[in-house]
Design a protein around this ligand. Structure first.
Ligand code: ADP
Ligand code: MG
Length: 379
């Protein structure tokens, strides 16, 4: 394994190498249920994951995340389609011959073994010489900052430490790709935050491709180079955290990640990648279009609450309405506005300089949208 911290340190890993590490091409996975129709766990999934990337599969329970990881690891096979590793179909390779390793949600450590024995276990199975195993275990203990704990049994260390041992064990055989299936979900909130930082550090220092699974949108946004948002066996959108957050292309993505205002309207014109949309109250706003999408007729537009500002009502405002409710959150204030067309719309303002905006319940207000705040959805 190339531990090239210096070289990795300054990189934006997404740009490090444009090469594809793992690619799924038209992958469908059916599970035969008891007598009834088969479960379509994956439905025509195609995605290319780049070398050195921190790539996250994000979606609710049951959307097919674990199934996709298991196919990449070789624990199961696609019903249709193929999985490529550096461009080659890996179907003939059994799991232990794939340069891929998995960290399971449950850690699956051996309780009767020491930390060091757990970390060295995979290397022993590969028949590596003792001296090489010892050196590698020491290296891994240093990598996860557990040099002092090699001789402890894994039943005698904390949950966070067990998580580190599971990581060290998976990294020891120097996989090209590390699969992490909700590895932090068993940890409490504080430890989880620490381990998020730890995982990012490990990925930077090792330069390994990480394919990380979570159902936690915040975890995905803060850790990933790119995210694939999944629902019902399909990948709906792939992009950087900023792409996914600022330019969700579908209702599910906009709804699943962060808070969003949904507005219904009618397309009245298209200029380049933007549409003019007339909302129910008569206001016409400009909204970005998803790649390759040229709608006509009725569309849904989304606006993040923090991408809009309250203003005095007047001709310069993009929208107008009446404040129904004001909720103070310390760092910011949420204004729940009923737009003139009847839609509910939330504006989130930061409480800078202690002042607040001086808008109150019952007041008529204008809403100014920041440039590129509005985005048309595909569905
Ligand atoms: P996730 O990891 O996103 O929660 P999974 O990949 O585990 O989702 O499961 C996707 C779907 O496939 C679910 O509906 C699940 O019940 C089903 N499934 C997964 N494994 C099997 C199996 N071995 N047999 C039958 N159905 C399965
Ligand atoms: Mg799962």
């Amino acid at each position: 394994m190339a531990i090239n911290a210096g070289e990795q340190a300054g990189r934006r890993s997404i740009l490090a190498s444009g090469r594809t590490a793992i690619e799924a091409k038209g992958v469908t996975k059916l599970f035969q249920g008891a007598g009834q129709d088969p479960v379509r766990a994956l439905d025509d999934v195609s995605v290319a994951i780049r070398e050195n990337e921190f790539f996250t599969l994000l979606g609710p329970s049951g959307c097919g995340k674990t199934t996709l990881l298991r196919l990449i690891a070789g624990f199961d096979f696609p019903t249709e389609g193929e999985i490529l590793l550096h461009g080659e179909d890996i179907a003939p390779l059994p799991p232990f011959k794939r340069p891929v390793n998995t960290v399971f949600q449950s850690y699956a450590l051996f309780p009767h073994m020491t930390v060091a024995q757990n970390i060295g276990f995979g290397l022993e199975m590969l028949g590596k010489p003792r001296a090489e195993i010892n050196a590698r275990v020491a290296e891994m203990l240093a990598l996860v900052r557990m040099e002092e704990l090699g001789k402890r049994r894994t039943s005698q260390i904390s949950g966070g430490q067990q998580q580190r041992v599971a990581l060290a064990r998976a990294l020891a055989p120097a996989p090209r790709v590390l699969l992490l299936d909700e590895p932090l979900s068993a940890l409490d909130a504080k430890l989880r935050k620490d381990m998020q930082i730890e995982l990012k550090r490990l990925q930077h220092e090792t330069g390994i491709t990480f394919i990380f699974v979570t159902h936690d949108q915040e975890e995905a946004l803060t850790m990933s180079d790119r995210i694939a948002v999944m629902s019902k066996g399909r990948i709906l959108q792939v992009g950087t955290p900023r792409d996914i957050y600022d330019r969700p292309s579908q209702r599910f993505v906009a709804d699943f990640i962060g808070e969003t205002n949904f507005l219904e309207g009618e397309v009245t014109g298209i200029t380049g990648r933007e549409a003019q949309v007339r909302l129910a109250g008569g206001a016409v706003i400009t909204a970005g279009l998803p790649e390759g999408f040229s709608p006509s007729g009725r569309v849904t537009v989304v606006v993040r609450p923090e991408h809009a500002d309250l203003a005095k009502p007047g001709a310069t405002a993009d929208l107008s309405g009446k404040i129904e409710n004001v909720v103070y959150f310390g760092t910011d204030t949420h204004y729940h506005v009923r737009l003139d067309g009847g839609h509910a719309f939330t504006v989130r303002q930061q409480n800078a300089r202690g002042g607040g905006m001086g808008f109150s319940e019952g007041e008529a207000v204008g809403i100014a949208l920041e440039p590129h705040a509005a985005q048309v959805l595909r569905d």
